[in-house]
Design a protein around this ligand. Structure first.
Ligand code: DAH
Length: 349
């Protein structure tokens, strides 16, 4: 067993009572601080007879070293305890979720537009574009709808007030308008390129109309295929194939005679109503069929307008509304939902 000097024993008893580093500093000062008892004892060595100084000095230094080393050990222990207590009491809760940016999503109209474009691209159709601000010529005139043609009544047009820049200063007489259909792109493309042609033209169109099935801005996809030997059978094959890819291979499709000034003969494509399995409902107005697109063989007068020889070339054209297809695909009953920006609606896609 290690034997302690009386001073060391007294120190150890006091050390036992120490509970923290503050108390420990006080104890250190008391023994080995500047005016601590051991330090003072060292200072009194000179008062001893010279022959006793060596032994006394050695003994005091041993006490001092013992106390310093013991204090250091105890201090390390206390410090560790104090740090772990501090960590325990200052605990940071890391479970609160951080801030994050919500990722945007595709608009349902964009989703369906892309699907339609991809389908026609897979059939070898190129993608063309035209301006949304058009002239009367491309939107009506060149499509065999001369001024005062009754067919223009079908399109309630937004005219652009050109502020006197054109000959007709009044807005309503303006030749500048927001295109009412993508058919205008047919003319632009045919005027700048020679046949054969096979393209679609997706884009925004504008009409003065607003209710649960009409918005002033909506989207269409136009299509045109021109060559020397295009028939109505080609029109049917392309559009039927397309509709089966969009709505399912078993969907019934029919073509009804119709009229458009820029096609002859003209047709409207219907799909069997899948809401009522063709038994008749509100959506198909009891007919079992839903109108989905307009189409026809390009009117020779349109070919003449763009400088194609109508004796040599023939072709088919078609046009469809994207919002309408999107509404049918997803069972949406109000077109205005697309443009109200309500996230509760948009996040479902
Ligand atoms: N432009 C027509 C519309 O907006 C749709 C249309 C019908 C386009 C027949 C065509 C077509 O190319 O051949 O209602």
């Amino acid at each position: 067993m290690k034997s302690y000097t009386s001073l060391q024993a007294r120190f150890l008893e006091e050390l036992d009572l120490i509970k923290n580093t503050t108390e420990l500093s006080t104890l250190r000062a008391k023994y080995i601080g500047k005016s601590g008892s051991v330090t003072s004892a060292l200072k009194t060595l000179t008062e001893l007879p010279p022959n006793e100084r060596g032994a006394a000095g050695k003994a005091i230094n041993e006490d001092k070293n013992f106390i310093a080393a013991t204090l250091k050990e105890k201090e390390d222990v206390l410090k560790r305890i104090e740090i772990s207590n501090k960590i325990a009491s200052n605990k940071i809760d890391l479970t609160l979720p951080g801030y994050y940016k919500k990722a945007g999503g595709r608009h349902p109209v964009s989703i369906v537009m892309k699907e339609i474009v991809d389908i026609f691209a897979s059939m070898g159709f190129a993608i063309e574009e035209g301006p949304e601000v058009e002239t009367d010529y491309y939107n009506f005139e060149a499509l065999n709808m001369p001024k005062n043609h009754p067919a223009r009544d079908m399109q309630d047009t937004f005219y652009v007030d050109t502020g006197g820049l054109t000959q007709n200063a009044s807005a309503v007489d303006s030749d500048v308008l927001l295109r009412t259909h993508t058919s205008a792109v047919q003319i632009r493309v045919m005027k700048r390129s020679a046949p054969p042609l096979r393209f679609i033209a997706p884009g925004k169109v504008y009409r003065r109309d607003s209710d649960i099935t009409h918005t002033p801005l909506f989207h269409q996809v136009e299509g045109l295929m021109v060559d020397t030997d295009i028939s109505f059978a080609n029109l049917k094959a392309v559009l039927e194939g397309f509709l089966h890819l969009v709505f399912g291979a078993t969907l019934p499709v029919r073509f009804r005679p119709s009229f458009f000034p820029f096609t002859e003969p003209s047709t409207e494509g219907d799909i069997g109503c899948f809401f009522c399995k063709q038994t008749g409902c509100r959506i198909c107005k009891g007919t079992g069929w839903i109108e989905i697109l307009g189409a026809g063989m390009v009117n020779p007068k349109v070919f003449q307008m763009v400088g194609y020889d109508p004796e040599l070339y023939c072709g088919f054209a078609f046009g469809m509304g994207i919002e309408r297809i999107t509404m049918l695909k997803y069972g949406i009953d109000d077109i205005r939902l697309f443009y109200e920006g309500d996230l509760r609606f948009l996040q479902q896609f």
